[in-house]
Design a protein around this ligand. Sequence first.
Ligand code: FHN
Length: 402
Amino acid sequence: MSKDDPFTAPRTRWFRDAKYGMFIHWGLYAVPAGEWNGKKVPGIGEWIMHNAKIPVPEYEKLAPQFNPTKFDARHWARVAKSAGMRYLVITSKHHDGFSLFDTAVNDYNIVDATPFRRDPMRELAAACRGEGIKFGFYYSIMDWHHPQASDRHAPRYIAQMKEQLRELVLRYDPALLWFDGEWVSWWDQEKGRDLEAYLRRLKPNLVINNRIGKRKTDDGDYETPEQEIPKAAMGTRLWETCMTLNDTWGFKRDDHNWKSPQEVVHKLCDIASKGGNFLLNVGPTAEGVIPEPSVRILADAGRWLRENGEAIYGTTFSDLPQPPWGRITRKGSRLYLIVFDWPTSGQPLRLAVQNPVRRAALLKGGAGIQAVPDGNGSLALSLPAAPPSPYASVVVLEVNKG
Ligand code: FHN
């Protein structure tokens, strides 16, 4: 089956328009939460099994301790909604091999191996549907628990991995699959292509990231820069930056290095101005609670999006050079000037644009803005003294096709 072009295919339209999603790393690693045998373990929380060199039988003892009685799927979906996030991707199985869903492939899962005995993925998928948020799964190819996830036994492990993915696709109807852990030596691009074809036969309109293969430009539908924002748009390739809100994906009780709401807004605007998506992570506790600082930061940035989301959702990059005062996004003949550094003392905002401007206005409130050529090939925009929004304010330009 020939593959369509993800950059323009109707099946990726929701992803291209959504721009902003919630990443959730949740699992047994939230129980130790960054500490083991009374000692703090350096590194990201979900890698504690590896970083603390915990033997499988020892790590398995976390399962009976994992009982997220405070888990509330509808609350999680509402946190994403109020943040302005249009999709959600949660770890169905991370590198530790523990499945957070009701799988028949093995008993190392939340229903069979913990006191919780419920399937949170079923609840969360329903809650996301209720809030109009697209639902997706993260799935790790690398698996530290499975004895056959290695060179010699790869075929047997891959067969079980395919069966789990079949369960995930047919039972939960995800819009997106986010693969990871593809760097293992026994995984290669050919296996990735076979798995991608298998999944597209199960659900043709799935959106799949590039880590299903070996992160080559024809693997999956989009690129996945991590903890960084590319310097420019990636031409005709979709991409999504994933990032932590503090310094860990999985919960660590002593990681308080939170990004500010302004940093979140500026990163989202920077990413959108280059045609990318922003997948921003929360790491819930072992009780099933999204840490309060995460909720507060996301809600604050969400208030900005409620006022200025037209400059983000459904936009892409413009051909204009990145201005010194902020970022520019485009939707058809509309340019959105997202101003981080609002001009002071009556100075005009200058924009290197030659096309005649039909109209210029503040996005918030719609007040008209004077925009006149300054004689040096730029446009001078006269802005009010005070910026209309916190963190960044938006001027909309209706430009004629040049
Ligand atoms: O090893 C994982 C890590 O735990 C985390 O899941 C990130 C998120 O994208 N991906 C891998 C590191 O690249």
